[in-house]
Design a protein around this ligand. Structure first.
Ligand SMILES: Cc1cc2nc3c(=O)[nH]c(=O)nc-3n(C[C@H](O)[C@H](O)[C@H](O)COP(=O)(O)O)c2cc1C
Length: 348
């Protein structure tokens, strides 16, 4: 039985960030009572759902997007809910509080969120301890970023520090240069900065017996020319893929008045209004990949709110998908519905 519509009634009475903490706290409690967790679980297990990508066996292609479990507090619980993989972070070298509150808003009419969290997290060293303590074998991606006060010229050191500190604790890593909430971060998507950061991480990889897959998370607000540059850097630095996309700074197509939109303030928009653009980016990358004889993987993220949205992402070329806002609005049943549909398709 899908209890989420009832749970959502309660959650949506709370301030969005309070609802977030309430949910994480209760998930942790539920995690200690396996019968309780099994009631809310939306796990679908089948060999036909497995995906083999960059040397990792993903039990299903539906993952939790970065930002919900910033510090790796509910990895096991998210795995038990049914996600095929859990991306934690963004984690920065030093702990930081993030932006001042309020910094998370629900746009109910558009089934969307706006956030300007600003990489609030416990920092790489504490996060490494938390990641170490997980008990299950769920696939973990570690999303890394730079501290707010680190200048872009020095950003490479932040990414190196995070990669080294967290290296042993993640199955794959995501370089986040696309959050709109850290001033100038997105400028690191430029060819030169990007090449510097990714080569530095690949150098660390070279010194390891078992290098870790690295992916790059990009903004949906890049132009085609900028995406072309990103693709050439991905190919040249031989990283494993792209997460497309992060939240958007666009406010196009919202059902709110200009004044209301302005009141929400700055931040990244996620959910339904982002779906089409991020799918378009996946599709564009896929077409360029074919044209360039390149082969890397794409994780599709942005506005997966329904089975159809998931199908659109896979059709556009995503190998795996992730959700955040869809989980807030639809609950874990969405993971199950997507996987059941994939299974139905796979069985013909
Ligand atoms: C509250 C919130 C916080 C987020 N924090 C991060 C983050 O720290 N790092 C990151 O790479 N993406 C972050 N994201 C972006 C999501 O990972 C995802 O890419 C984006 O929300 C689009 O997917 P969705 O429409 O399913 O939410 C955040 C999103 C939200 C809503």
């Amino acid at each position: 039985m899908n209890l989420y519509p009832l749970i959502r009634l309660l959650l949506f009475k709370l301030d969005p960030e309070e609802a977030h903490h309430f949910t994480l706290h209760n998930l942790q409690l539920a995690g200690r009572t396996p019968t309780l967790l099994s009631i809310i679980s939306a796990k679908v297990e089948h060999r036909l759902l497995h995906r083999q990508l960059f040397g990792i066996d993903f039990p299903n292609p539906v993952g939790l997007a970065a930002g919900l479990d910033k510090n790796g507090d509910v990895i096991d619980e998210m795995g038990a809910l049914g996600f095929g993989f859990v991306e934690v972070g963004t984690i920065t070298p030093k702990p930081q509080p993030g932006s001042s509150r309020p910094r998370l808003f629900r746009l109910l009419k558009d089934t969307a969120l706006i956030n300007r969290m600003g990489f609030n997290n416990v920092g790489a060293e504490v996060a490494a301890e938390k990641l170490k303590r997980r008990k299950s074998a769920v696939i973990v991606g570690v999303n890394i970023g730079k501290n707010k006060e680190t200048a872009n010229e020095d950003a490479v050191r932040d990414y190196e520090f995070c990669f080294k500190t967290l290296f042993d604790h993640g199955h794959y890593f995501v370089v986040n240069v696309s959050s709109p909430n850290t001033p100038d971060l997105r400028a690191l998507q430029g060819k030169e900065s990007l090449t510097g950061i990714l080569n530095a991480l690949q150098d660390i990889n070279q010194s390891k017996a078992n290098p870790k897959p690295i992916l790059l998370k990009i903004a949906p607000d890049l132009t085609n020319q900028q995406i072309d540059d990103v693709i050439s850097v991905v190919v040249q630095t031989k990283i494993q893929g792209i997460v497309a996309t992060n939240t958007t700074v666009s406010r196009e197509g919202l059902s709110y008045s200009a004044l209301e939109v302005e009141k929400f303030g700055a931040g990244g928009l996620s959910g339904t209004p982002l779906a089409m653009r991020s799918t378009e980016v996946v599709s564009y990358i896929k077409s360029k990949m074919a044209a360039n004889n390149a082969s890397f993987n794409i994780i599709g993220s942005g506005g997966v709110m329904s089975v159809q949205d998931a199908t659109d992402k896979f059709t556009a070329g995503a190998d795996l998908i992730q959700l955040y806002t869809g989980l807030v609005y639809e609950g874990p049943q969405l993971i199950k519905d997507i996987n059941m549909n994939l299974l139905k398709q796979a069985k013909g």
